[in-house]
Write a protein that binds this ligand. Sequence first.
Ligand code: KG4
Ligand code: ZN
Length: 378
Amino acid sequence: MNILAIETSCDDTGVAILKIQNSKFKILSNIVSSQPIHQNYGGVFPMMAKREHQTNLVPTLIEALKLAKLINSKQKILNPKQIQKLKEIFEREEKLFEYTKNFLENYEKPKIDAIAVTYGPGLEPCLWVGVNFAKALSYIWELPIIPVNHIEAHILVNFLDSRFQILDSKKVFPAMALVVSGGHTQLILMKKIGKYEIIGETRDDAAGECFDKCAKILGLGYPGGPIISKIASEMKESNIKLPRPMMNSKDYDFSFSGLKTAVLYAVRDKKQDTITKQYVSEMCAEIQQAIIDVLLKKTLQAAKAYKAKTIILGGGVSANQELRKQFKIHNLEFRILFPEKKLSTDNGLMIAMAGYFNRTKKIAWQKLSAHANLRIGK
Ligand code: KG4
Ligand code: ZN
């Protein structure tokens, strides 16, 4: 089967096509169009991201179909009923209505069997763009929809091994998944695929958000994680000491807003001419280490308590080189899984993988809607 996957929950427009034949997986394409516009603002503005998704979706889909060799030009005029229906679907995305209509009238239906799409959690206006795009394609091409939970997708992208087969689950479960992204920091106990329980999460900012906000305070740009991590990698030791909020609490919850505030105060109280390159580098190294210390300690504690065989990392922050290195040290006690770096951050392939595992949960497009606060395991 060929799954077309669409991801628009935040500021990355992702489209992937995954082919599954006799339990063998082939990634036909995985295209991510990021939105550099947010670099100027130090964070994502949902309405701006929505506008960018509308512009990016059709070109990203065309690129993905071309790479997968599944595209064929063919003129096909949509009838008035179809056009009316598309207008209804895209009631709030007028630009995307035009682009999609034009696309559907110029290319024939590709060899796709189902459309997987992120329906939550995420930024509501952004989610709706992807959801409505999936609805439109599903309606015209008469294909079923597989609704995908974005957090589950960050976990399940780990289940493709280096031979492009599914991991042997006997060696994986129970597993403790740490999903660390711009919007989430959750510890999720996973008894099997599809069975999840959130055992801890952040009470305020997510770990990625903390990276982003600290980078903004230091005037380093957006997204903060990759920038802070790059600067930190040039610094062996730091003389700055930041707090590790909730590191020793008995539960599995996190808190990162205090860390950001500590950085804010430290920078505010420093004379402008003493904020040297050295100081910024030391600050970056300490921010990164404070976040890693808390994530590592809580995850190991949870994995031990729940007798997990595996620790699974996912989400944008799991792209962090130092975090990966410090988790890997524990690979004698636990199997440590993390995605290839470009699969840690948002992408369509993770949605396709989750779509594959949820392939029996297909629905008709009329039943689909976006759920910004969707939770895993409910
Ligand atoms: O999963 P993701 O792409 O989007 C969400 O679902 O939120 O995660 C984005 C987050 C951003 O906060 C970004 O700063 C962070 O992941 N991130 C990193 C790194 N790469 C991305 N954080 C730390 N180190 C990195 N190398
Ligand atoms: Zn994500």
